[in-house]
Design a protein around this ligand. Structure first.
Ligand SMILES: Cc1ncc(C[n+]2csc(CCOP(=O)(O)OP(=O)(O)O)c2C)c(N)n1
Length: 559
């Protein structure tokens, strides 16, 4: 091998990311500075942000929308912040490659400045967590990182590169040019089919059920299986609920759509799933949120569960009919195995009755002309205006409930992604989503409590021309917990407001000060024009909508 056949460690990292199709890296300086020079040459956008957690969230949004692993980075002392940011990706099964620097072995165990052990912090939030202590380990560990992140149930991985800023690794010479395994440049890399006996068992269960319901989880989005889900539902006339994560897997105005089930839910969906005599989970973790603490469906209800990870099958429900397969592949296999069926008319009528009942109950709030504005009215206006190719990003807490219950996704070209629980995730994730799909409108729905975390990233968005629309449901406080705070106080005197109230601040003004578009909305009639202006602004935009602090999101129906 001549010297031109080999490259430096710095060049290796840049070429490897490029070979895996990575178009953006999200990070806080100082990490891989030499590589960054090579990345520029290779056309990779280097997005320097204002906190490592935001970098992880951006990579997460990027990965959820692009279908490729997202990449985020931090120097050694930023590792703890970066690890914290991986929690949401781990919960949502997003493939990320997180890269940090770690001081060389001779600095270990002697009170090195700025450094604690990284490995234990990354262990619970990654599928694969390794130290790259010698440059010649990089080729196989980099390839394994992408392989692990994208396969099976996807998730974050962590490479700890030698050198506080990975400089020791960058300076190494004699590495080969990287080879990316093309399968792992996208996810899902493979679509394993279910075996014949499990398809036969699932088919029998579906044919024998009088009141079946499909529940689509985030795995349907990851597998890109929305079309197959809707096709199976239509072929067999089976109603469809989704988890929050699976929202948008079916047109939510479709006659078979019953809404979002679980704790952040429409009560109609909980009732449908509770009344069902067969629940078919597709790509769902069947965790506490989707099952409302395992109270919906009714215990003992027969379950079919399709999951890429066989170890998930029956985790929540014994005697589950398990189908170990990619969601898209298994849904197609079920379609091939099942005849067209008009469904059970009384069951379909019952599900419509429940769905219509929920809509009728919500209607007055959705058209309310109150000021401060009702969040339902805000979401209804957003629902009406959301472009047919939009990416909607929701923060957590009430933001997730308002969106889950009140914004209808109606086009297969719309994408919905949501925080798996981390308050503040929404805005940075929307920035990442926009990097992955620059030509699609990206709208983030967040409360002010959520926006406070990372609004500094407006500067990042402005600097890079990442023009998302952020709708801030601004009630100057944390409203989801108020009822509980009151309950804890009971009759005791004291300063309750201190636990959930913030100073009044105008995020619209802050946005304008950062060179972005910002508009404050105080009456319902102003909502639609403001959203339209924001969508057309050609700038990062903030629509700050002043809403009722005391508005309570719909409580989940509980048996
Ligand atoms: C990292 C993190 N910390 C705390 C919480 C708990 N939490 C969930 S929602 C919420 C309040 C959110 O307030 P805001 O975004 O203003 O929305 P609002 O409830 O007012 O509509 C809090 C504190 C969380 N989910 N994640």
């Amino acid at each position: 091998m001549t010297s031109t056949d080999t490259i430096s460690g710095a060049r290796y990292v840049a070429e490897a990311l490029h070979a895996y199709g990575v178009t953006h890296v999200f990070y806080v300086d100082a990490i891989l500075r030499r590589s960054m020079v090579d990345m520029e040459e290779l056309g990779i956008r280097r997005v320097v942000v204002h906190s490592e957690k935001a970098a992880a969230y951006m990579a997460d949004g990027y990965a959820r929308v692009s279908g490729r692993a997202g990449v985020c980075m931090a120097q050694s002392v930023g590792a703890a912040n970066l690890a914290a940011g991986l929690q949401d990706a781990a919960l949502a099964c997003t493939p990320l490659v997180a890269i940090t620097g770690k001081k060389p072995p001779m600095f270990q165990h002697r009170n090195a400045y700025q450094e604690i052990d990284h490995w234990p912090m990354f262990q619970p939030v990654t599928k694969y967590n390794v130290d790259v202590v010698a440059p010649d380990m990089l080729p196989h560990l980099m390839r394994q990182a992408f392989r692990s992140a994208t396969t099976g149930k996807p998730g974050p991985v962590h490479l700890d590169l030698i050198g506080r800023e990975a400089r020791e690794l960058e300076l190494a010479e004699g590495l080969p040019h990287p080879i990316a395994d093309s399968s792992f440049t996208v996810y899902p890399p493979f679509r394993p089919q279910a075996d014949a006996p499990s398809i036969a068992a699932a088919t029998r269960a579906i044919q024998g059920a009088e009141r079946p319901v499909l529940v689509a989880g985030g795995g349907v989005r990851i597998s890109n299986a929305a079309a197959e889900l809707t096709a199976l539902a239509e072929q067999c006339s089976i109603p469809v609920a989704t988890s929050v994560n699976g929202k948008g897997s079916i047109d939510e105005r479709h006659a078979l759509s019953v809404g979002v089930v679980g704790s952040y839910s429409s009560w109609c969906a909980n009732r449908v799933v509770y009344e069902a005599d067969l629940v078919i989970y597709v790509g769902s973790a069947t965790g506490d949120q989707t099952t409302h603490d395992w109270r919906v469906p009714r215990l003992g209800t027969p379950i079919v569960q399709i999951d890429i990870d066989a170890a998930e099958l029956g985790r929540s429900y014994p005697n589950t009919i398990g189908v170990a397969a990619d969601a898209k592949a298994a849904l197609q296999q079920l379609r091939d195995a099942l005849p067209q069926h008009g469904g059970n008319a009384p069951w379909l009528a019952r599900t419509r009755e429940l769905v219509d009942g929920f809509a009728a109950q919500q209607h007055p709030m959705r058209v309310s002309s109150e000021t401060p504005i009702r969040p339902e009215r805000l979401c209804q206006e957003l629902s009406n205006l959301l472009p047919s190719d939009a990416i909607l990003v929701s923060d957590t807490g009430y933001s997730a409930i308002w969106v889950a219950t009140t914004v209808a996704l109606t086009s297969p070209r719309q994408t919905f992604i949501r925080a798996a629980g981390s308050l503040g995730w929404g805005f940075p994730a929307a920035i990442g989503a926009k990097c992955a799909a620059p030509h699609r409108p990206v709208v983030c729905f967040t409360g002010d409590g959520g926006f406070w975390y990372h609004f500094a990233e407006l500067e990042t968005a402005r600097r890079h021309g990442i023009n998302t629309v952020t709708i801030v449901n601004n009630n100057n406080g944390f409203s989801q917990g108020i009822a509980d705070v009151h309950e804890q106080y009971g009759d005791r005197p004291g300063n309750r407001d201190e636990l959930y109230r913030f100073n009044e601040v105008s995020f619209a003004q802050i946005a304008r000060d950062m060179g972005c578009f910002g508009v404050r909305v105080e009456t319902p009639e102003e909502i639609a024009p403001a959203i339209r202006q924001a969508l057309d602004a050609q700038l990062p935009a903030v629509v700050e909508v002043m809403t009722h602090f005391s508005a309570r999101a719909p409580a989940p129906w509980t048996p």
